[in-house]
Ligand binder design. Sequence first.
Ligand SMILES: N[C@@H](CCC(=O)N[C@@H](CS)C(=O)NCC(=O)O)C(=O)O
Length: 217
Amino acid sequence: MLTCYTFGAVPAFAQGLVRDLRVRWAMEEAGLPYDVRLVGEDIEREDYRRTHQPFGQVPAIEEDGFQLFESGAIVLYIAEKSEKLAPRTPEARAKVQQWAFVALNSVEPHLGELVDIDIFSAEEDWAKQRRPAAVKRTEARLDLLAAKLDGRDYATGAEFSVADILLATALKELRHTDLIDRRPVLMAYMERCFARPAYRKALADHMAVFERQPEPA
Ligand SMILES: N[C@@H](CCC(=O)N[C@@H](CS)C(=O)NCC(=O)O)C(=O)O
């Protein structure tokens, strides 16, 4: 049985975004059972950092003594278990890996910069100064991505793959902006991905963890 490590409590802005969602979604698509351990509850955060994830971040997984961290590496590992997540021919798999790297390397860093500016560093002067240029850069990247995805159901073409788990969840990081809503191709792509039953189940289970949190006083 695969165990996914994640946080049991995060600020509201992060709920629905924490990257254990990628692991849950991949496991649901593959139709494989898994369980969850909560960092800070089931395992002390410092113990977790020493034994599972060198930066103390989530997610990490463990399966029969095998440990892995980095959400991209984890979902690609899960894709090894199921053809539903990646085709088996070397060329088709390479295309899936290409799009996984697009998500993690060519898209997510742009969005991460905007999340930092808008959420983590919103009150900093440097963030206010940098925002217009960061938005411009992000918009340019989104436009090129939309042009490439136009006419495709999923990143590699007609078939859903693990790359879509990475790309759609990366794009979701912009949910506090209207940058996706203003791009119909990306909007339709995300709606298509997020309508999948495996995503709905993964999201419900992800959110259920936070629903245990007491209401703030
Ligand atoms: N590149 C890592 C990023 C992991 C990451 O940023 N995790 C966030 C939650 S989604 C986290 O643990 N944040 C707390 C921290 O950085 O201390 C991955 O994809 O697994």
